[in-house]
Design a protein around this ligand. Structure first.
Ligand code: UD1
Ligand code: CA
Length: 456
């Protein structure tokens, strides 16, 4: 029988080294705040309760996490990790294991936390790592039997202790009853004048309680203290995520030049070239191919669709076998039916494109409903904005629009109609009509070009 679990997340620190007005734990990692990563891993363990200790920037943190199931406790002054956990005592129960997490340690996976929790039932469990550069970290002290008997902070350590490479990641899992007894006994008589959570390890040893270590990969337990560590954490996260996606069949030209800041669901034989950024919720059907330097945000692409180099697709739904780009920009609110083509330097906004319709070059199509089999010539612009109001343009099935037409909305082009190149269309066009909205061409005979004056 496993004991019930409560989680305490420490997030009161200021994060001075970030040099930022934003509380440290709200900085972004792969599209989510650092503390949201921690919360998501915590939530996956199905804890009885989650308490977050906040201090610096508490209001901003609370606002950001609004609506999520957790309790906030204040720590007015940051007097140490032990003092921070002490603030959570009123809500802790005797019969549970208490897992202490840090809001600025975002890379730990819930499977690692689960290992720590399951190995520490009724014991003190410490998540440890072995590192080559232990400077600044708490060292794990073991007795002659190799049992853990204490943690000594770097600043309080002797020369011999400093040589120890086994370190405390900071994360611990402790029986609630014991934790509530020990925390009030902590003393701040150390180099930093702080109440160290780590001092409870020696207390556990005195009571001959079992102290166990769960080793983890050092990078996973890495904290974020400055923007260098933030950038390294981002890369680590991205590479781990890319590796998982590739194992599930996603084709990536270079996992080091791939960024997913959200969630991706992909079919079989999807291939993504370099420097692509996926944001929010992205769905890619079987055989989708994404060229280099594309940005896809909150969109779904049907099977066989190709997005060519340097294109942007945001908040749009694209059916199967469409071609987008190169250099296309789909702003929010578009729906493309099967086989639609949106080519170079074409901008779409709030527009429906019917089956097999094509706008291959240099167009702006905004607030438009375009039927099936429509051909939109190069340079066609929907004039959807009069400075105050937005109006829609309706282009029915099989319309052919010549190059460089301006369609002044609201306007409807009836099915099968044709718009002559260079037209400015201000009135509706009936089915199958030809609309010419341009001045007539005049050709003059015997025209003499101006000649350069001869030098005298
Ligand atoms: C702590 C551990 C150390 C471990 C290291 C790993 C202690 C005494 N030391 O050291 O053994 O190797 O983490 O990174 O526990 N916090 C609060 N309130 C406070 C103090 C801290 O909320 O009063 C939060 C911080 O915001 C941070 C976390 O607790 O998220 C860790 O605090 P930090 O000061 O970085 O701990 P270290 O001294 O580095
Ligand atoms: Ca620190």
């Amino acid at each position: 029988m496993t004991m019930p679990l409560s989680i305490v997340i420490l997030a009161a620190g200021k994060g001075t080294r970030m040099h930022s007005d934003l509380p440290k734990v709200l900085h972004d990692l792969a599209g989510k705040s650092l503390v949201q990563h921690v919360l998501d891993s915590a939530r996956a363990l199905n804890p009885r309760s989650i308490q977050m200790v906040v201090g610096f920037g508490a209001d901003k943190i609370k606002e950001k996490l609004q609506g999520q199931e957790l309790d906030f406790v204040y720590q007015d002054q940051q007097l140490g990790t032990g003092h921070a956990v002490m603030q959570a005592i009123p809500k802790l129960k005797d019969d549970e294991q208490v897992l202490v997490l840090y809001g600025d340690v975002p890379l730990l996976q819930s499977s690692t936390l689960l290992d720590l929790v399951s190995q520490s039932q009724g014991k003190v469990g410490i998540l440890t790592a072995t590192v080559s550069q232990p400077n600044g970290l708490g060292r794990i002290i073991r007795d002659d039997q190799n049992n853990i008997c204490a943690i000594v902070e770097d600043k309080d350590a002797t020369e011999a202790q400093r040589a120890i490479k086994e370190i405390n990641t900071g994360l611990m899992c402790i029986p609630g009853e014991a934790l509530k007894r020990w925390l009030p006994k902590l003393q701040a008589n150390n180099t930093q004048g702080e109440y160290y959570l780590t001092d409870i390890v020696a207390m556990a040893d005195t009571e001959q309680m079992n102290i166990v270590s769960t080793p983890c990969i050092a990078e996973e337990a890495g904290g974020v203290n400055d923007k260098v560590q933030l950038a390294f954490a981002e890369r680590y996260f991205q590479l781990r995520q890319a590796t998982e996606l590739m194992r599930a069949g996603l084709g990536l030209k270079d996992p080091n030049r791939f960024d997913l800041r959200g969630t991706l669901s992909h079919g079989r034989d999807v291939e993504i070239d370099i420097n692509t950024i996926l944001v929010g919720k992205v769905i890619l059907g079987d055989g989708v191919r994404i060229g280099p330097n594309c940005l896809l945000r909150d969109c779904s692409l049907g099977a066989g669709t190709v997005v060519h180099t340097n294109s942007i697709v945001t908040e749009s739904t694209v059916a199967e076998n469409c071609h987008i780009g190169p250099f296309a920009r789909l702003r929010p609110g578009n729906t493309l039916a099967a086989g639609a083509h949106v080519g170079n330097y074409v901008e779409l906004k709030n527009t429906q494109v019917g089956t097999g319709s094509k706008a291959n070059h240099l167009s702006y199509l905004g607030d438009s409903d375009i039927g099936a089999g429509v051909n939109i010539g190069a340079g066609t612009i929907t004039c959807n904005y009069d400075g105050i109001n937005k109006s829609r343009t309706t282009i029915e099935d099989d319309v052919f629009i010549g190059s460089n037409a301006s369609l002044v909305a609201p306007v409807t082009l009836g099915a099968g109609s044709t718009v002559a190149a260079g037209s400015v269309i201000t009135h509706d066009v009936e089915k199958k009509q030809l609309a010419l909205g341009r001045s007539k061409q005049i050709n003059k005979n015997g025209w003499q070009r101006p000649a350069k004056k001869k030098d005298r």
